[in-house]
Design a binder for this molecule. Structure first.
Ligand SMILES: NC(=O)c1ccc[n+]([C@@H]2O[C@H](COP(=O)([O-])OP(=O)(O)OC[C@H]3O[C@@H](n4cnc5c(N)ncnc54)[C@H](OP(=O)(O)O)[C@@H]3O)[C@@H](O)[C@H]2O)c1
Length: 240
């Protein structure tokens, strides 16, 4: 039974990952900002009380992160996988807010908020959980990125904050991978596929049911040799 912590697990990809890993027999720390209103997650957790522990976590709140570390430590002395899944794209794929995406309307505070959630919080989370990860087995950190953050794949215009925040996350992955390799903790970026979620657009091609089995195969096959790399959901490499 692996011990897995997932951020942003009340809906979308995070919730689907909780359901997959708990059904698979792993112990999942399913974290979310508002456990009191995470109805679907709470219902699933009540059906799997030994495998799903719902914990409060706002990834941009240092106190909330510290409280979450304490709560996990009360239940285990190690973590085998941290999935930094929580992310934002204000307005969603089809109607991105202009103040984060359109030249002429950009606002620094709105842009910084996107970077804070998408690029910085995965590092703060990894820093906070590194002690538990060092005690893990085949420990790994999965930073849920996006191929929107690939500079190579971006040939023409760009909508600023979201892709840039994922490009920054990818560099954070490289930094963490270098620092944590001596501890035998692998750190990778993964593009989960374009999936129909609240964030994903109407034209996004995959349903969660289609994407999750392949995505978890990719996540589960990662070893220390892969640390610092950027993977597509199907296991292929993504150009930086
Ligand atoms: N869907 C796609 O096609 C796609 C493609 C490429 C990459 N991704 C990435 O995949 C990840 C998950 O996306 P999704 O499609 O599942 O999006 P989603 O349905 O919009 O879910 C986003 C999750 O992140 C959580 N979150 C946001 N801010 C948070 C914070 N400060 N603290 C804790 N949790 C927070 C949300 O919680 P609340 O309910 O509290 O807001 C929600 O659980 C993101 O990192 C996204 O960038 C998605």
């Amino acid at each position: 039974m692996r011990r897995i912590l997932i951020t942003g697990s009340n809906r979308g990809i995070g919730l689907a990952l909780v359901q997959h890993y708990a059904t698979n027999g792993d112990l999942v720390f399913a974290t979310c900002r508002r456990p009191g209103s995470a109805d679907e997650l709470q219902q699933f957790a009540s059906q799997h009380p030994d495998r799903v522990k719902v914990l409060q976590l706002d990834v941009i709140d240092a106190q909330s992160i510290a409280g979450c570390v304490d709560a996990v430590r009360q239940q285990t002395d190690g973590l085998d996988m941290l999935i930094n899944n929580a992310g934002i794209l204000p307005g969603g794929v089809d109607a991105r807010d202009a103040n984060i995406s359109r030249l002429g309307d950009l606002e620094a505070d709105a842009m910084l908020h996107v970077f804070r959630v998408n690029s910085i919080s995965p590092v703060m989370m990894t820093q906070a959980f590194v002690g538990l990860l060092r005690n893990g087995t085949d420990a790994r950190v999965i930073n849920v990125s996006s191929d929107a953050g690939s500079i190579t794949l971006r040939s023409r215009c760009c909508d600023y904050s979201y892709p840039a925040s994922k490009a920054a996350l990818n560099m954070m992955t490289r930094c963490l991978a270098g620092d944590l390799k001596p501890d035998e903790v692998a750190v990778v970026s993964v593009h989960p596929g374009f999936i129909k979620t609240d964030m994903g657009g109407v034209n996004d091609t995959l349903t969660l049911n289609e994407a999750i089995p392949t995505l978890v195969q990719t996540i589960d096959s990662i070893s220390l040799e892969d640390t610092g790399q950027f993977f597509n959901w199907d296991g292929k490499k993504v150009d930086w």
